[in-house]
Design a protein around this ligand. Structure first.
Ligand code: ADP
Length: 464
């Protein structure tokens, strides 16, 4: 059931539960300690009252000053009790006793109940009478009496006093704490609400995107640098990427259709023209040759397009392993030598045992595309040099030709899909070869560069 609730609700709930637990424990601790403190205070008060009263009693043989003191007949003389003697003060009752427990003076509301308790010097008792706790304190008077008698003073105080104060503390706590908890929960809820509001924004944006197909929408991140702000940023980056790849997908489809349209139109036009009337055999042959040429072109285009799109699946389709780049370059160059055209000589200068982590098939395809370009755009009876060498911590592959070269302003564009320079229109090609080289290089964390001068030749570098 909890799973369906909002984070805001869960946060507030947990927060409140923890808070209530903490407050409850604190309240409990306060009650216990304040109870202990109060009890201690009352006991101290009892002891100090009794101790003070001790000094108010003397033994005399005569009634010296009957106005200022109270005289209690005792044996041949009197016990002189100063009027400062506090028999009842602040619930503390004090009384004088003979050693065998007869009360001489003072107050004790519980004389019956405490009768049986023997006098013990300087010791506090506590006991429960009718559910009220009492503290009891006895003290022997240190005055000299006839027959070396002893007289005791006993103080007693009920704990109702401390209980009353405790009740007050509890009462105030019970009113204040719920208000505090309610305030804390409310502010927690509002805080959670504020913190989570960017998440709601993400939700709304994502919802809008998935309902329509406006991939251009982005979440308003603002200056928010916290986790949610970062999440929104990541989300926006993801959208950038998605938009980019959708856009390039769309572009690819459009370019591809465009590229395929030319050969298709040529074939259709050729057929239409040839079928207009009866033709001679050489004319039919000529027509078929045109159709074959355009068919081949379409075939090459479709093949390259397939290969190119497959590369988007990256390392999933083309797993990486340790690959001996030297061997791959050398073998590919040797194979290409055999189908070499235009009387071109292909030379290789390959440093052995240069290994990288990569996919052999893709690497071989890359070398193949570069050499194939060098042959196609190379000059008759020219030379191609394929080199692989290690320079510092880099491995550099270069394919150099002495052909038509590439104009400066075109050197960047040739890596775009389907781009073909004007100079190369007469030469067969799909415009996908170098895009493939670029893509393979990127998969291998390598960079591709070109150096070229029109009419003199070009060198392509792949730097691993
Ligand atoms: P394609 O060769 O099939 O046209 P590429 O992507 O391989 O497609 O090359 C794109 C363009 O770059 C070519 O059309 C050509 O104009 C130019 N190009 C590539 N390699 C060379 C080269 N070695 N010499 C001169 N121009 C080149």
């Amino acid at each position: 059931m909890m799973r369906n609730k909002s984070i805001r609700f869960k946060l507030t709930l947990w927060f409140s539960l923890v808070l209530i637990l903490i407050v409850g424990l604190t309240f409990f601790a306060i009650r216990v300690t304040s109870g202990m403190v109060l009890r201690g205070t009352i006991r101290d008060y009892l002891i100090s009252t009794v101790e003070e009263n001790v000094n108010q009693i003397k033994y005399t043989e005569t009634e010296k000053d009957p106005k200022a003191n109270i005289y209690i007949p005792y044996k041949e003389g009197y016990l002189e009790v100063d009027t400062d003697f506090m028999d009842v003060v602040n619930d503390v009752h004090t009384a004088l006793y003979t050693a065998d427990g007869a009360m001489l003076y003072g107050e004790n509301p519980l004389s019956k109940e405490t009768e049986a308790i023997p006098f013990t010097e300087s010791y506090t008792w506590h006991m429960k009478i009718q559910n009220v706790r009492y503290d009891l304190y006895d003290r022997k008077l240190n005055i000299t009496l006839p027959d070396s008698d002893t007289i005791w003073i006993r103080g007693i105080v009920p704990e109702t006093k401390s209980a009353g104060q405790l009740k007050e503390i509890t009462r105030i706590s019970l009113i204040l704490l719920p208000i505090l908890i309610a305030l804390a929960v409310l502010s927690g809820y509002l805080l959670a609400d504020r913190m989570l509001s960017p998440i709601r924004k993400i939700e709304v944006t994502a919802e809008q995107i998935s309902r329509g197909d406006d991939l251009k929408r982005r979440i308003d991140v603002g200056k928010n640098q916290d986790e949610v702000g970062r999440l929104a940023k990541v989300f926006n980056r993801m959208l950038d990427r998605l938009e980019g790849s959708f856009e390039s997908e769309r572009q690819f489809t459009s370019d591809a259709s465009h590229e395929l349209r030319t050969p298709t139109s040529v074939i259709l036009a050729q057929c239409e023209y040839t079928l207009e009337k009866e033709r001679s055999v050489p004319e039919y042959e000529e027509a078929l040759r045109v159709v074959e040429k355009q068919g081949k072109r379409m075939n090459a285009l479709i093949g390259d397009m397939l290969d190119y799109t497959r590369m988007d699946q990256g390392t999933k389709r083309y797993p990486f392993e340790r690959a001996d780049l030297s061997q791959i370059v050398w073998e590919t160059a040797e194979q290409m030598k055999m189908i070499g055209t235009k009387g071109i000589t292909l030379q290789t200068k390959v440093e052995p045992n240069l290994e990288i982590s990569g996919n052999r098939m893709l690497l071989s395809r890359m070398v193949q595309n570069l050499i194939s370009n060098a042959y196609r755009y190379g000059k008759e009876n020219g030379t191609i040099l394929v080199a692989l060498q290690k320079v510092e911590d880099k491995i550099i592959l270069s394919v150099k030709d002495d052909g038509i070269g590439i104009a400066k302003e075109e050197q960047e564009k040739i890596f775009d899909r389907f781009y073909r320079s004007d100079a190369s229109r007469s030469i067969q090609g799909t415009g996908l070869g170098l895009s493939m080289v670029d893509k393979i290089a990127k998969l291998h964390d390598a960079a591709v560069k070109v150096e070229s001068e029109p009419g003199k030749g070009s060198t392509f570098f792949v730097i691993f």
